[in-house]
Design a protein around this ligand. Sequence first.
Ligand code: ADP
Length: 636
Amino acid sequence: MTVQQMEFKTEVKQLLDLMIHSLYSHKEIFLRELISNASDALDKARYESLTNSSLQEKAGDWTIRIIADRAAGTLSVSDNGIGMTRDEIIEALGTIAHSGTKEFLKAMQGSEKKDMPELIGQFGVGFYSSFMVADKVTVLSKKAGTDGLGVRWESTADGAYTLEEIEKKEAGTEVLLHLKADEKKYAEEWELREVVKKYSDYIEYPIVMKVERQKPDAFDKEKTITVEEDETLNSQKAIWLKDKADITEDAYAEFYKHLSHDFNAPAKVLHYKAEGTSEFTALLFIPSKLPLGIFYKDYKMGPTLYVRRVQIMDHCEELIPPYLRFVKGVIDSSDLPLNVSREMLQSNRQIGVIRKNITKKILDALADMKRDEYEKYTAFHREFGRVLKEGIHFDYERREQIADLLLFPSTRTAAGSFTTLQDYLSQMKEGQEDIYYITGTSLPEVLKSPHLEVFREKEYEVLVLLDDIDDMIMAGLREYKGKKIKSVIKGDIKLDVPDGAEQKKAAEEFEGLLAAIREHLKADVKEVRLSGRLKDSPCCLVMDESGLDPNMEKLMKAMGQEVPVNLRILEINPGHQLFGVMRSMVPDDQRRELLGEYIDMVYNQALLLEGSPLKDPAGFARSIARLMTEQGSRRP
Ligand code: ADP
């Protein structure tokens, strides 16, 4: 049979190079990776066998086998799982598909060589980690459910690998490591037993190794003979079915790594058994770092679903609301039928019960963390706040409970600290009716916004919201414990309403100017009015109560959505000198053109303040230059 020479993809070459020269002191993790792959392959085969009768004869015999050959200096890890076809093996062992591994390479590029050992330990780098201990790796595989030939893959990690068709009796995969001269200890029984116990004890399939035993000779009691027998190295008990008291933090973390491919330890572990309307065991992890791709459509969410220890699917999205999609874990149900299908899941009552139960547990756990481990909670919130708050919009019933979990910077908090809605309420000024917030993209910039002037003067706290979806979220929440929630850049704010007579007088005085501005900007703004929120700045743009927030507008445009025409309201500060000057220009026909130029400048200033592009940047620059020239030549 012909042997084909194949090239690795560039990134695989890089990774292999790192592995070969690795100085990492815990190289034994290669075994964890191989066993984990074998276990995944068995999960897949077992699931297939539920519906594919040709795989059924194996049921009950799923095994991971370790064969160590001290004399030959080899170690083999094999499984009778799903196996790989030729094409699959090229895809799986010739490229890097796994996002964790890609992340690893990225992290490596930006770090010092000496940090490499650390990084290898944190990331699971999968199959390729075999090359830390082996100078040649051979993989023999045959896809389950096929009759034909199997495939043999081999590489010495020198940039290429070979492929060859082979006869292979059983379906499944064998990975054979030719150990490096100084790594021969991985052919030793005691070493392998230790490593399996440490990293792979919870694997639910037996990990079987042939071991040598000394036994008394049946014929001569004085003598002992050496016999070989199979020993199962792992306790095999699915970790979620074990008693909590028997599970160490490390064991949880190890399992979490296996499950999520996340190299950071989880922030919180929830492990419980539910009884009553639905019987199931849950082992859930709240991660500490935002997983890659969580904001993309194809992000795979949801815990792994087991039914009486048989894995049904690895991401069951029906089990969790999308705003908790960062949670990883396992649900093992006692009530669902084994042949449950995707379609059935959507309408299944049991699934609904489980989902409700775990949603509550997670939200409660977050509330506990916020109360008891505030530091840890702020770190969690920094990573996941943006995802969690989606729940306010999508989970109407629990919106207030979710709102209680949110942290906000505000006009009153010190740099780096936060307030909550509860604290906001308890510290409201006397006479303050509503809860106020402002949106924007950077805290220092937002704090300079003219929209805050009257609030600052009255010492009303304003929450600062910096995520693109915030305006939609707050609009969805609408009120909190009976207090309305309002954006300071929307609607007509009247905190400082002067007495009727004064107001009327101002309205009369400015009538002419307002009319002139309205006429001049009729294509740009929908209304011009005197402002109730400005103290020092001349002008600002605001929206109707229901208007689209500039952040939301940017978000929608970025998502390619059509954005409705969204004319704003221009507010001017009647107390500002500028408008006294402009008012005097209104009746003067000769200064009509100049007034128009002034109005454009006022409007452009307001656009600048909210971070929007100017109407006519060149014209604006010309106007400023002209004014500066006039001023400059008039001054001594
Ligand atoms: P990961 O397992 O994290 O995806 P690996 O580099 O360890 O990354 O493996 C790459 C791929 O190779 C796996 O996703 C799987 O498709 C395939 N693979 C590895 N080992 C086995 C095996 N024992 N049986 C079947 N497929 C395997």
